[in-house]
Design a protein around this ligand. Structure first.
Ligand code: FUB
Length: 448
């Protein structure tokens, strides 16, 4: 047997490091987004989320979900996201009741040169599938549209949260939920059912289930879904040998949110040999959980095919470029005391967050900063220091190499302060350690 050369191992390791990307959560902050369906098309990841909007008189129902359109977002690296704008609006779909504002969780899939976008809503004409939610399709030549909606919804489909899966043999399946989770084969045209809908067995029978997302890995079909086992939704999965089941409950992918956001809704994606969980939380609207925001975290399988529980993080995924703004309020870990995170501007939460360090020895860890080939000599911190404060910035661990000692002068307003810095090359975790009594808020850090 030929020996594997160390240089080859190093190349593979470098490849894995280069392709294991870790974005900050939530990763879309220009609007509220929920129910992210993530797909790889070409060399980019496209995310098709729902679009929550705040209530305004005449638009939807107060204290409920209000959704009138969809945007699509894409990224090459899961860190820098592009909003490609609105792709479908309720008023442009012939069958949707225009005052319903019920464009709930969608999905999109590529087949035979076309992109098929599936979405639920309330029909104006109840003669096709009766009253209540049904599901329609819009078709495009590009993942970003323009998407042309079909004139009518898919016959025999009553419910929400469409998800489409194409098996290895080319057979496409549509899944959706209405109390139970349903599935049916799709015709080759992707616009009509090819079989009668069936209720998928043997998923939990008590508590709401919705948001199905099916994928296949190494011959196992994974049916994943949000489920109310206790009081609010958690993400679970069941496995089977067939796309239409039966399935056997296999575990929890993500526990109920600690802050009580009632819904969660997800998709799983393998991108450049790393699995990711796309899901949502209400980061930008902590007091109203129907204005949500999408997040990503890495997901790992065990050797036997089971899924390791995903612990939600603020840091999310991807490398942070040292020469761009590093939002340390999206930390990986912080000390138990002396740290407070708050919105920069409570009248416009989309501006993001700041982090306050208010006692000696308080610390922040922020993972995976890419210093590149270095040449870095300076660090800039946007801050308000209520009193003079001294912070140390170290690489990799609390006692790791000193990058900079930042001595902040008292300032009553936001200020960009510069300090000399000596940074390592490559990717490193950052540690910020408070070395003096303090009351300092930091918006971002950036190296030059
Ligand atoms: O976004 C509206 C609804 O909330 C979705 O359709 C459900 O899955 C839940 O996330």
């Amino acid at each position: 047997m030929s020996k594997i050369k160390p240089a080859r191992i190093l190349m593979v390791l470098l490849f894995l490091i280069a392709n294991t990307v870790f974005a900050q959560n939530p990763f879309i902050t220009n609007q509220y987004t929920a129910d992210p369906s993530a797909r790889v098309f070409g060399d980019r990841v496209y995310v098709y989320p729902s679009h929550d909007i705040p209530y305004s008189p005449g638009k939807g129902r107060e204290n409920w979900f209000i959704m009138e359109d969809y945007h699509v977002f894409s990224s090459k690296n899961l860190v820098d996201w592009t909003d490609h704008g609105m792709i479908v609006h309720q008023n442009k779909v012939p069958w949707v009741k225009s005052e319903s504002y019920s464009m709930w969780a969608p999905d999109c899939i590529f087949r035979n040169g076309k992109y098929y976008f599936y979405f639920p809503s309330t029909p104006a004409d109840t003669s096709v599938n009766g009253k209540g939610f049904t599901i329609g399709v819009a078709v495009a030549d590009k993942p970003t549209g323009p998407f042309i909606p079909q004139a009518t919804p898919i016959k025999k489909v009553k419910g929400i949260d469409p998800n489409v899966f194409i098996d290895k043999d080319g057979q496409a399946y549509l899944y959706w939920s209405q109390g139970h989770i349903y599935g049916a084969k799709l015709k080759d045209n992707m616009l009509e059912l090819a079989s009668e809908p069936v209720i998928l067995q043997d998923l939990p029978t008590k508590g709401l289930k919705e948001g199905p997302y099916l994928f296949e890995r190494s011959g196992i079909y994974y049916m994943t879904y949000p489920h109310v086992e206790n009081k609010i939704e958690r993400l679970e999965y069941a496995i089977g040998n067939n796309p239409l089941g039966p399935f056997k409950f296999a575990g929890v992918i993500m526990d109920e949110s600690a802050t009580g956001c009632w819904t969660n809704h997800h998709s799983l994606l393998n991108f450049k040999n790393q699995w990711y969980l796309f899901y949502h939380h209400n980061d930008l609207s902590p007091k109203f959980d129907k204005n949500r925001s999408v997040r990503i975290d890495s997901l790992f399988f065990n050797a036997d095919g089971t899924i390791r529980k995903v612990i939600p993080t603020l840091r999310g995924v991807g490398l942070s470029n040292a020469r761009e703004m590093i939002q340390i309020d999206r930390y990986s870990q912080v000390s138990d005391q002396g740290i407070v995170v708050d919105f920069l501007d409570t009248t416009n939460r989309m501006k993001g967050w700041k982090i306050n360090l208010n006692q000696k020895d308080a610390w922040i860890r922020y993972n995976s900063v890419d210093f590149g080939k270095s040449g870095i000599t300076k660090i800039i911190a946007r801050n308000i220091a209520e009193r003079e404060a001294v912070l140390e910035l170290r690489a990799d661990k609390p006692g790791g190499p000193l990058i900079s000692r930042l001595v902040f002068k008292q300032t009553g307003n936001w200020k960009e302060s510069s300090f000399t810095a000596k940074a390592p090359t490559g990717v490193h975790d950052l540690y910020l350690i408070m070395k003096s009594p303090a009351d300092i808020s930091i918006d971002w850090l950036r190296f030059e």
